[in-house]
Design a protein around this ligand. Structure first.
Ligand code: SAH
Length: 558
């Protein structure tokens, strides 16, 4: 049967997609329905009908699933930030474990996944230490703060999110009151006018400290004293800053922040380590689970005090300092300069002297240091953003042959892709564990331990050479050996060296990747559209493109 838009059907939800939509079938036609959970019998209106599948909107639950619970938040459905709030928490954990296992099998090609039980939370609400509220106007022109309704830019007023700190509401009320009393307009996305765009709040769980940053569409903040008066009385308030962002984009923060009052950071502890965090640095949003995440990473790293450890994508040095307590020496690499400043200060704050940090892209810093200074590692820890690691970085990691690699990932799909590479180059997946850093959402964090494979032991085989039955002819041996010789993998480094030797100039890894991509070669480092937009790259000159193509021909890649 063919369905059309606006048709209404009753379906049983039989499965759930990785983004949390319920999946059911109407006469064999697959429908994805937000806000449903596995087991629901639901009345659904088709909102988009494609040839082989469609999307439905939940109209009514005819018969609720036994796995369904009443969401704690009254606007959970409109907001869309918590895709799983109506699913029992135990089921959420199962969903996440399956997601990790499925990606490792489907994308990574692993048959056996050595999964350990996912680490969940005892109290899966009010876990976030960071909140970002967009500010805008309602129909009457009054300033409101809240959340974007799922996939739109309409703001649903809400001063209290059940995932965040309770004091967030008081802080927002103070800011909205200050705006009203001082006639400070909210930003209007359509016209690009108005001042206050976003309110960012950070909270230190172990210290009770708050820090507020206003993102504004302008160079300066008016009525500062009135704002300070409104906020500095709130218990735990440590600092107020603002960040100027006059661009008409979806990017929330400006490039830097300026102090209005108090300190430019808050302090928090994870285990025994103390961290100072400034507004622009990355800091894990769920401190309770972060402790368990880092403990798992530390356990997987198997440190005895003698190891040299590299912590790539180290942020403010959180994992680095955690590991430094048990390693001989830790080196961290991070792209955001402020985060590295935080990392260095944090090392000092904790009296940790065996941690050193580098600013820059992990995929550039590590290959360079390895080539020039032959740096080495017993253990490498990586914790990349969602897009995972660049191939050139994985290549260097493999060349460095650390005993163990601990991969901390917030995206099972790119994790699976990267593990496939590493396990094709001499590593073995030994342990895998999910950590629920983001209860109520579909996101999951994973820690994986890879171990360097030892060469297999010897076996003795008796062979008789010569002509005749059961004997191996001598002249065939060389030929067969040639056939069985594994083909050398063509690395970025080989291409670079070839070009430098033949043409006398250097080419950047990114250029080789670009030429490979343009040629339609199987691209390992999948282009990430968002990232590309944020950092437009220069393109290689025609001369370099030709040299790269020549090298690819030389190595029989094309
Ligand atoms: N390990 C840290 C941070 C993990 S988040 C923690 O647990 O807190 C990932 C970090 O990688 C962010 O700090 C981000 O700024 C950084 N980053 C993103 N791209 C990078 C790159 N190409 N090279 C190095 N760091 C990068």
């Amino acid at each position: 049967m063919k369905f059309q838009k606006n048709d209404v059907v009753i379906i049983r939800i039989e499965d759930m997609s990785q983004t949390g939509e319920g999946i059911g079938k109407a006469d064999g036609y697959t429908l994805f329905v937000k806000d449903t959970v596995i087991g629901d019998l639901a009345e659904v209106k088709i909102v988009k009908a494609k040839k082989n599948y469609g999307f439905g909107r939940l109209m009514r639950i005819v018969e609720p699933s036994g796995k369904r619970v009443v969401p704690v938040c009254p606007i959970a459905r409109q907001c869309g930030g918590c895709q799983l709030q109506m699913l029992d928490y135990g089921e959420q954990l199962r969903f996440k474990e399956d997601k990790v296992r499925n990606d490792l099998m489907r994308i990574g090609g692993f048959e056996d996944v050595p999964m350990e039980p996912i680490i969940g939370m005892e109290q899966p609400f009010r876990y976030r230490n960071k909140a970002q509220f967009p500010v805008g106007c309602d129909r009457e022109g009054k300033a409101v703060a809240g959340f974007y309704a799922g996939r739109t830019h309409t703001i649903i007023p809400c001063r209290d999110c059940v995932l965040g700190a309770e004091a967030n509401g008081e802080i927002l009320s103070g800011i909205l009151g200050w705006m009203e009393e001082n006639h400070i307009p909210a930003y209007d996305e359509m016209s690009g006018e108005g001042l206050v765009r976003h309110v960012l709040i950070r909270y230190g769980f172990t210290t009770g400290e708050f820090m507020v940053c206003l993102v504004i569409n302008g160079a300066g903040l008016p009525a500062k004293k009135a704002l300070i008066d409104k906020l500095c009385g709130i218990e735990g308030m440590r600092g107020i800053t603002f960040s100027s962002n006059t661009r008409r984009t979806n990017v929330i923060m400006g490039d830097k922040d300026q102090k209005v009052w108090g300190d430019g950071y808050i302090t928090d502890h994870i285990g025994k380590v103390k961290y100072q965090i400034s507004p622009l640095s990355f800091y894990q949003v769920n401190p309770v689970q972060t402790k368990k995440l880092y403990e798992t990473a530390l356990e997987y790293a198997g440190l005895t005090g003698e190891e040299t450890v590299w912590d790539l994508y180290c942020g403010i040095g959180t994992i680095s300092l955690f590991l430094a307590q048990r390693a001989k020496q830790v080196y961290g690499v991070e792209i955001v300069p402020q985060a590295v400043e935080d990392a260095r200060r944090n090392a000092e704050l904790n009296g940790i002297e065996n941690a050193e940090f580098y600013v820059g892209k992990a995929e550039e810093i590590l290959p360079e240091l390895y080539e020039k200074e032959k740096v080495r590692a017993d253990v490498i820890v990586v914790d990349p953003p969602r897009k995972g690691c660049e191939e050139s970085l994985l290549e260097t990691m493999v060349q460095m042959k650390p005993e163990r690699i601990v991969y901390v990932s917030c995206d099972p799909a790119t994790l699976a892709r990267d593990l496939k590479y590493l396990c094709g180059e001499g590593y073995e997946m030994v342990r895998v564990r999910g950590v629920d850093q983001f209860p109520m959402t579909v996101h999951v964090e994973t820690v994986v331990l890879l171990s360097h494979k030892k060469p297999d032991g010897h076996i003795n085989v008796k062979v008789e050479f010569g002509e005749g039955e059961g004997k191996v002819p001598l002249d065939n041996i060389a030929k067969r050996a040639e056939e069985y010789k594994p083909k050398e993998r063509v690395t970025y480094k080989m291409i670079k060296e070839y070009i430098e030797a033949k043409y006398g100039f250097k080419v950047h890894t990114a250029y080789i990747a670009e030429v490979k991509r343009d040629l339609g070669l199987p691209m390992y480092d999948a282009p990430n559209a968002v990232e590309e937009l944020k950092q437009p790259r220069k393109h290689p000159t025609a001369e370099k493109v030709e040299a790269i193509k020549d090298a690819l021909k030389h190595f029989e890649v094309i």
